[in-house]
Ligand binder design. Sequence first.
Ligand SMILES: *Cc1c(COP(=O)(O)O)cnc(C)c1O
Length: 223
Amino acid sequence: MKADTPIGNRIKTIGATLPQGVTLIAVSKYHPVAAIQAAYDAGQRDFGESKAQDLRIKQQELPSDIRWHFIGHLQSNKIKYIAPFVHLIHSIDSYRLLQEVNKHGEKCNRRIPCLLQIHIAQEDTKFGFTPSECLEMLADGEWKQLSNIEIHGLMCMASNTEDTATVSGEFSAVKELFEKIKREFFPYDNKFNTLSAGMSDDYPIAIEHGSTHIRIGSSIFND
Ligand SMILES: *Cc1c(COP(=O)(O)O)cnc(C)c1O
């Protein structure tokens, strides 16, 4: 075991507060390989990145048992950098993108796990399906033909506000949507089990509302 590092200590501190069944994803975007290695040495295995090319480079330099999560806005022409190995794409924000990821899954001969990103926050800068767009897309049923992707659940970002009632209301709405989609479209699919919600400033609230995967960047990597 390596000596304690500040990054390693913060991982352990946050990890100790999490209920069973909640996965901590260390969001390492903008942070160098050495910082990720420090987290890895503390036992962290799930990492999130928001740029496909950065993710590709880091993946090549770091241990092969890391589970890489893609959490940023994904452009079709960048899918190729991550398709062979990505563990979970959190940020599917259009049916078109799901189709494109499926094509790359076919080329790599794998089924790529994906989450549908739900636009729930007040800000209009955030990507994603509105709840009704998401339900329409699923009801349409065409996605069932896509045999090289798997839909594992939903992802969301709450409004960036101090107002915890707003944040709580948003997480609660997405949890309800998750349950509805599970019931209507994936009742017998055990793989539809992932709700990716919560960041450094709001993850305890997200966990109260059923988050299974929290995405923590600054609380781990910023001094
Ligand atoms: C950057 C980012 C995070 C981590 O945010 P912090 O506030 O640094 O914890 C989580 N999710 C997404 C989609 C991000 O882009």
